[in-house]
Design a protein around this ligand. Sequence first.
Ligand SMILES: [Cu+2]
Length: 282
Amino acid sequence: MNTATKLGVFAAGLAVVFGGAYAVGVTQEDPPRGQVAYSPEPAHGGHAHEETGETAPSVPGGLQISQDGYRLRPATTTLEPGKSHDFAFHIVGPDGKPVTGYQVAHEKKLHLIVAPRDLGGFQHLHPELAPDGTWTIPLALPEPGAYRMYADFAPEGGPALTLGADLTAPGDFEPDPFPKTSRTSTVDGYTVTLQGEMNPGQPSPLALAVSRDGTPVDPEPYLGAQGHLVMLRAGDLAYLHVHPMTGLVFMAQAPPEGGAYRLFFDFKHDGEVRTASFTLEG
Ligand SMILES: [Cu+2]
């Protein structure tokens, strides 16, 4: 699909969702890392064959600990629950050495996401990079259980990748059931609603709205947009990329096979970042 077609699909999708109100005058924001603002293949590891119109089977991000010559190497994967640890990891490059040069995307060189495998929680962190390529961050796994960490980054001169690894907080735990479909989330007195459908295999515009005490709230700029949306798939915790479009509209791409997804929306207001969460199927 060429870019014009993609934009057409995007505009059509918005027209369906928003009754045409947004279909005119939508502009794409400057895409990070020089990629198109929306691409039908996963930005992380997918290989589209534009010249033939065929798309090879692609794997979403976050499912592999190594890919395209790069390997995620946590210094430890077992953390005592409920306690802050100085968590460290490396990204090892094709030369076998820790990567020290990274491209900036969404204002950071690397985004670290940590979520329990039942998706009943979410942390979005920005570790510090030492000159030798060591990433460090204080990290607490709140409760006993199995967790997934995601490193979302692009090395200088390399591909955008999301590598994933399991972390464990030892102890007895009861997994939470996967939350039912929900489009409204409340956090610290804020109500966040999500509009839009997850269309399998199609670019799916999703629009968020934030309010407090019934009054709309305009989130402050955060990570180069009006918020940051992450989508994790139920069942395997695939990390599915979502691109900011304009304002509080994001473009998600759900795999054609369908599935259930947990979405985590970070927004900033009164100087503090909060996370709203939703479940969508499609
Ligand atoms: Cu981040």
